[in-house]
Ligand binder design. Structure first.
Ligand code: CAA
Length: 378
């Protein structure tokens, strides 16, 4: 696949921002577990949160391919900043764009797409992770309000979110058919962010619980119709998997580029490392795999832009990019030797950040279930 001049130009612009503004912050964000408020604002000003959203809803009116490129480039410099961009856009902007009515789009989509408000996505619960239809959070309609009770966990940007899209069921015995999607705003009585996780990687991103105790929201906060929630979230995740794939790809590309610098600058027994056949073989393998992952992810993005079914290719892209991403970051450490385990080089951060890609937005096992169903039929 050959990128158009328009996409190449856009990639250059985001790459320059990533190299000059994001990369210098990456080490301290990781070391101090610091959320990048400054970078979040700057990405908003660049229009990165609304790349596939029309201008009338606060977006930049580009496409999903541009969005995948943006996530890849930012993540090449910093996984924590990349996951913010991916979660905010794919998981908060997207379901409102997909299922919101005009009023909801005016109220929530515009500030999210412009980056004036921060969004997150509340699907996972202590007893409903991979089994997304096992939602136990209850939404009861009383007069003109839904009363929400339940807990969500591992929510990206949970603590800093202004607008949260959640699933809740009117009755867990109804399975996926009972689930609806709602928007809850920060400050709503009965809603509070709970414990924040201390994580292996992506330490500059926030992962936290969300707690709902008799949290009353207007019935206008329902997205789509009652019972539509599971499908809205599955469609949201189809798009989200493109961005997690792009994130995995960006981290792998970053690890490769740092390794290339390392093998050019270092020698073994007086011979440049890059001239060693065993090093060349490793670089050739991961270079090829990164390129193949990129093709899958770009193809999924193009399918989405064309309005064609993307479930299979998006799952393949996410599964494959996270698989080869772990291999690429591991190989990067092996080539650096002991130095690769130290904070002197960024490759130890890359492998820690990469691990989430095999787990978040559907584990690799879930991706294989989705891919197998698409290939074999249900
Ligand atoms: N698009 C539209 N509709 C879909 C769909 C899709 N991609 N996938 C399923 N559906 C529909 C089905 O057609 C079916 O509807 P009908 O009965 O009308 O045909 C309905 O939804 C139920 O589908 P399934 O029977 O396939 O549902 P299931 O219970 O077997 O679950 C699953 C399928 C794929 C395993 C799903 O539970 C899943 O994706 N689980 C993983 C959850 C996940 O990814 N969580 C990540 C949370 S977000 C996160 O991690 C964020 C972060 O911050 C990092």
């Amino acid at each position: 696949m050959i990128l158009s001049d328009k996409h190449l130009k856009f990639r250059e612009k985001v790459r320059q921002f990533a190299d000059e503004v994001v990369a210098p912050r990456a080490i301290e964000l990781d070391l101090n577990s610091e959320f990048p408020h400054d970078l979040v604002k700057k990405m908003g000003k660049m229009g990165l949160y609304g790349l596939y959203v029309p201008e009338k809803f606060g977006g930049s009116g580009k496409d999903t391919l541009s969005y995948a490129i943006a996530v890849e480039e930012v993540s090449r410099a910093c996984g924590s900043t990349g996951i913010f961009l991916a979660a905010h856009t794919s998981l908060a902007v997207s379901p409102i764009y997909l299922a919101g009515n005009e009023f909801q789009k005016q109220k929530w989509l515009i500030p999210l797409a412009k980056g004036e408000k921060i969004g997150s996505f509340g699907l996972t619960e202590p007893n409903a992770g991979s089994d997304a239809s096992g939602t136990r959070t209850i939404a009861k309609l009383v007069n003109d309000e839904y009363i929400i009770n339940g807990d969500k966990c591992f929510i990206t940007s949970g603590h800093v979110s202004d607008i949260i899209v959640i699933t809740a069921t009117k009755d867990p015995s109804l399975g996926y058919k009972g689930i609806s999607a709602f928007v809850v705003e920060k400050g709503t009585p009965g809603f509070s962010p709970g414990k924040e996780e201390d994580k292996l990687g992506l330490r500059g991103s926030i992962t936290s619980e969300l707690i709902f105790e008799d949290c009353k929201i207007p019935k206008e906060n329902l997205l789509g119709k009652e019972g539509d929630g599971f499908k809205i979230f599955m469609q949201t995740l189809d798009g989200g998997r493109i961005s997690i794939g792009a994130l995995a790809l960006g981290i792998a590309q970053g690890a490769l580029e740092h390794t290339i610098k390392f093998v050019r600058a270092n020698t073994i027994s007086g011979k440049p490392l890059y001239k060693e056949q065993s090093i060349q073989s490793k670089i050739a393998e991961i270079g090829t795999e990164i390129e193949a992952a990129r093709l899958l992810i770009y193809q999924a993005a193009e399918l989405k832009d064309a309005g064609k079914p993307l479930t299979k290719v998006a799952a393949m892209g996410k599964y494959y990019a996270s698989l080869i991403g772990m291999k690429a970051t591991n190989t990067a450490i092996e080539i650096h030797g002991m130095l690769g385990l130290t904070k002197k080089y960024p490759v130890e951060r890359f492998i820690r950040d990469e691990k989430l890609m095999e787990i978040g937005e559907g584990t690799s096992e879930i991706q294989k279930i989705v891919i197998a169903r698409e290939i074999l039929g249900k």
